[in-house]
Design a protein around this ligand. Structure first.
Ligand SMILES: *Cc1c(COP(=O)(O)O)cnc(C)c1O
Length: 406
C-alpha cells in the first residue's frame, strides 16, 4: 500500500498551540518541543494490525503509517526488529518469579537505537530539502545521523565531548561527517550548534529541538507492543539522557490506545540515570516539574551523561502519569551489572543498558516493583562500542605450554 502520511499538524508540548505540518520547524515559539499529531481515526479505518504481517518495509519503517515520512523519502539501511531476550538465569539467581526481558537495540544500523530517531529525522530533512545538518552528541547519535545522511548525500557536522568513546568518533568520521572534539559536555556542544545556525546555515538536529527524532524513537514502544502481542508489560526501565526515548515510548502507547490496538493497561515508566549525572532523578524526588543543570556531570555511561534536557518536563510528566519513578545507580553498580549479564546470559550490554539492570536490582530490593512483574530493560547500543577491560593472559607459542593452568 502506498500513501502519503497521516500527519495532521504539529503541537507545542507545553501550550498545545498548533503548527502547520509542511514547514521546517525547530522548537515552538515557547521554546518547547513540538509533537507530531496524526489523523488516528483515518488510520483506524485503513490500517489494521494485519498490515504489519504483510508490509515489505523493514524494522521500524513497518510503522510508517504512524510516522511523518513520505514513502519516497524513506532512507533505509537494513533496519531490523530488535529481539527481546529473556534474562532467565539472572531472574533465577535473584529469586525473581516475574518475567525479565531486555530489548537489545544494538542490532540496528550503527549499533544503537539512535538509528530510529535519526533514520526518521534525516529522512524528514531529505523531505524538506535540507542540505546541511549539525548535531551535539555523546557518540551514538552522531554516528546514526552520519550514516543516514551519507546514504542521500546530506552534509553533516558533529560536535562531541572530547572524552566520547573513541570508536564512536572514528565511526562518525568514516561515515563521512566532519567531527569535532569539544572540551566540554554535550550541552556545550549544543550551544555551538545553536549559535552557528545563522552564520553557517546548518539545521540543528539536536534531540527534541526538532520534531522528528522522537517519532523515530517512538517506534520502540510500537515494536515492543507488537512483540508482546499487544499486551504491555508492567514496568519499563529506560536509560534516560535527553529522554527522547522515554517520552516517545509513552507517546506511542497513547497513539496505540487511541487506535484501539491495546487495552487500558499501561506500564510504569522508570527513568534510569547515573549517580554522577541525575538531574531528572533529583527533580522527580523533589516533586519538581522541570530539572536544573547538573554540575560536573560524570559517568562511564556516556549516552546518559546529559546535564540538562529540553524535554525534562515531558520525562517527569510521563513518569508521573504512568505511576513510575526515577532512580539512579553508581558506575560501580553499572559495571557489576554488565559483567553479571554478559557472564550469565551471554549478552554484552552497553553501560547505559547495564544501568537499567542495576536499577532493576535496586528497585527490587527496595520494594519499588513486585516480584512477579513483567519487566522490560532497554539495551540501547552494542556493548562493543565502548572500551572494555584488557585481558592479561599471554601465551608464548615458542615455549612449552603449561597445561596445568587451564
Ligand atoms: C542516547 C542514548 C541514551 C539516552 O537516550 P535518550 O532517549 O536520549 O534519553 C541511552 N543510551 C545510549 C547508548 C544512547 O546512545
Amino acid at each position: 500500500m502506498k500513501y502519503n502520511t497521516f500527519v495532521t499538524h504539529l503541537e507545542c508540548s507545553l501550550s498545545g498551540n498548533r503548527y502547520e505540518k509542511d514547514f521546517v520547524h525547530g522548537l515552538s515559539n515557547e521554546g518547547k518541543p513540538l509533537l507530531v499529531r496524526y489523523d488516528l481515526e483515518k488510520i483506524k479505518d485503513v490500517i489494521s494490525k494485519d498490515y504489519l504481517t504483510k508490509t515489505e518495509k523493514h524494522g521500524f519503517w513497518r510503522y510508517s503509517f504512524l510516522l511523518p515520512v513520505e514513502d519516497t523519502n524513506i532512507i533505509s539501511l537494513g533496519e531490523v526488529v530488535t529481539p527481546l531476550i529473556s534474562l532467565e538465569n539472572i531472574a533465577k539467581k535473584l529469586n525473581y518469579t516475574g518475567d525479565l526481558l531486555v530489548k537489545d537495540e544494538g542490532l540496528l544500523p550503527t549499533s544503537s537505537f539512535k538509528a530510529r530517531g535519526l533514520g526518521v529525522a534525516v529522512s524528514m530533512a531529505r523531505q524538506f530539502g535540507i542540505r546541511h545538518l549539525a548535531i551535539p552528541t555523546n557518540g551514538n547519535a552522531g554516528a546514526a545521523m552520519a550514516a543516514y545522511a551519507a546514504k542521500v548525500g546530506i552534509k553533516c557536522t558533529v560536535f562531541c565531548p572530547e572524552d566520547t568513546p573513541e570508536i564512536n568518533i572514528r565511526e562518525i568520521s568514516r561515515l563521512g561527517a566532519e567531527v569535532f572534539k569539544v572540551n566540554g559536555l554535550i550541552n556545550d556542544c549544543g550551544k555551538i550548534v545553536l549559535e552557528g545556525k545563522e552564520e553557517v546555515g546548518w539545521f540543528d538536529i539536536s534531540t527534541l529541538k526538532e520534531p522528528y527524532r522522537i517519532e523515530g524513537k517512538k517506534t520502540m514502544g510500537l515494536e515492543l507492543a507488537e512483540q508482546l502481542n499487544w499486551e504491555l508489560p508492567d514496568v519499563i526501565f529506560y536509560p534516560t539522557g535527553g529522554g527522547t526515548g522515554l517520552i516517545g515510548i509513552w507517546k506511542a502507547f497513547s497513539e496505540l490506545q487511541q487506535l484501539g490496538w491495546i487495552g487500558k493497561k499501561l506500564p510504569r515508566m522508570v527513568a534510569v540515570q547515573a549517580e554522577g549525572c541525575a538531574p531528572i532523578v533529583k527533580a522527580w524526588r523533589q516533586g519538581n516539574e522541570t530539572a536544573e543543570l547538573w554540575e560536573n556531570a560524570n559517568t562511564i555511561a556516556a549516552g546518559i551523561r546529559v546535564p540538562i534536557a529540553v524535554g525534562d518536563f515531558l520525562i517527569i510528566r510521563a513518569v508521573n502519569e504512568s505511576k513510575g519513578f526515577a532512580i539512579s545507580v553508581t558506575d560501580n553498580e553499572i559495571i557489576k551489572a554488565r559483567d553479571l549479564i554478559s557472564k550469565t546470559e551471554g549478552t554484552l550490554l552497553c553501560p547505559e543498558g547495564a544501568a537499567t539492570l542495576a536499577a532493576f536490582k535496586k528497585s527490587l530490593s527496595e520494594g519499588l516493583i513486585s516480584n512477579n512483574d513483567r519487566v522490560i530493560l532497554f539495551n540501547c547500543a552494542s556493548g562493543l562500542k565502548y572500551s572494555l577491560p584488557d585481558t592479561k593472559n599471554i601465551l608464548n607459542k615458542d615455549q612449552p605450554v603449561d597445561y596445568s593452568i587451564f
